[in-house]
Ligand binder design. Structure first.
Ligand code: NDP
Ligand code: TDO
Length: 289
């Protein structure tokens, strides 16, 4: 049995971690922003209350990609500076830090699944602040997993984004006769429940092969293909969504165009499902609740 602290326990991923650990033998404590304000100047003092945890899982972040362009201060405070303090705390305590990162640390210039060894080159403030968070971890503590996740969807929806992509597509399907989605931007849409299961496996099996892991669904697609799949599985007309090219889409923050990640390193310990299977499970949970 491990003693685990989950930071950001109310968020999209954090809430699924709490669900998964509820069915485990581990002792888990989940903190929300009311318990620990990661943006406050005295956060290290607040953290000092949480001693003797075997694992600390950091799901705290500011996740609104366009919002980070408008408020880079907050992005760097939460996604980078807080992580420096947390990593130092984990090192002092000898806690294993599980830091959740993103495919947006990449520039998207690739044409085959990307390994963990690739050089980061973020295109936007969010990606840069998350990459600084990765450096904060690797340079301040020895025992860590950095999990690069991507295009997350979970029942709670991303608190910082006001929901997830699937809910947005279902809303648009109800409101509009047609709308456009990019057909040449590719990633691996990933269910937060699967990320939570992967984390639980690393803990259950006491894995000590620390480092960076791609933790995404085993297959990827374009956002347009993903939307067609969402609509079909929901019994809606997939032809309502129309393809648009990445170059013609009006982004505020530039996004990486290709971030299909190779998850074979993680597969030694946990095999992530195909994105269609992950989506199917998510929709089943969504419609049965
Ligand atoms: N959503 C996505 O598509 C992707 C997310 N990621 C990464 O995955 C991780 C989890 O994301 P997700 O669950 O989707 O995001 P959410 O926006 O749902 O969760 C973010 C969490 O951060 C917490 N938080 C925000 N500000 C503060 C603060 N000042 N002090 C303490 N806590 C704070 C929120 O707490 P509270 O609810 O209590 O306010 C919330 O629980 C993040 O690291 C993110 O960068 C990576 C790739 C894709
Ligand atoms: C709503 C909408 C989006 N899109 C495109 C824009 C974008 O490139 C893509 C996905 O939309 P999102 O709003 O989910 O994009 P975005 O907020 O950039 O998603 C990212 O969030 C952060 C937190 C991450 O870490 C990333 O892994 C990734 O999930 O779909 C359309 O083409 N049509 C639409 O109607």
């Amino acid at each position: 049995m491990a003693k685990i602290l989950v930071l950001g326990a109310n968020g999209q991923l954090g809430s699924d971690l709490i669900k998964i650990f509820a069915n485990s033998t581990h002792e888990v404590c989940g903190l929300t922003q009311l318990d620990l304000d990661a943006a406050s100047a005295d956060v290290s003092i607040q953290l000092a209350k949480y001693i003797a945890y075997d694992y600390i899982i950091n799901c705290i972040a500011t996740t609104n990609v366009d919002g980070c362009e408008d408020n880079p201060d907050l992005a760097f405070i939460l996604n980078s500076a807080f992580v420096v303090k947390l990593a130092k705390f984990c090192q002092e305590q000898q806690s294993i830090l599980i830091q959740v990162s993103t495919d947006y640390i990449l520039d998207g210039i690739a044409n085959k699944p990307i390994l963990e060894t690739v050089t980061a080159n973020p295109l936007n403030v969010y990606g840069l602040s998350k990459y600084a968070g990765e450096i904060a971890v690797s340079s301040n503590c020895d025992k860590y997993f950095i999990l690069r996740v991507a295009s997350l969807f979970g029942i709670a929806g991303a608190a910082g984004k006001g929901g997830n992509f699937i809910n947005t597509m279902l809303r648009l399907a109800n409101e509009k006769d047609s709308w456009q989605v990019i057909d040449d931007q590719f990633s691996c849409p990933t269910h937060t429940l699967d990320v939570a299961r992967a984390i639980c496996r690393l803990i259950d099996d006491k894995i000590t092969d620390f480092g960076i892991y791609n933790c995404v669904s085993s297959t990827g697609c374009s956002w347009y293909e993903f939307t067609q799949e969402i609509l079909s599985l929901s019994g809606l007309n997939p032809d309502k969504v129309k393809p648009v090219s990445y170059k013609d889409y009006q982004f505020k923050a530039k996004r990486p165009q290709y971030t299909i990640l190779d998850n074979s390193k993680l597969a030694k310990y946990y095999v992530m499902p195909d994105y269609k299977q992950a989506l199917g499970e998510y929709l089943q949970l969504k419609y049965n609740n």
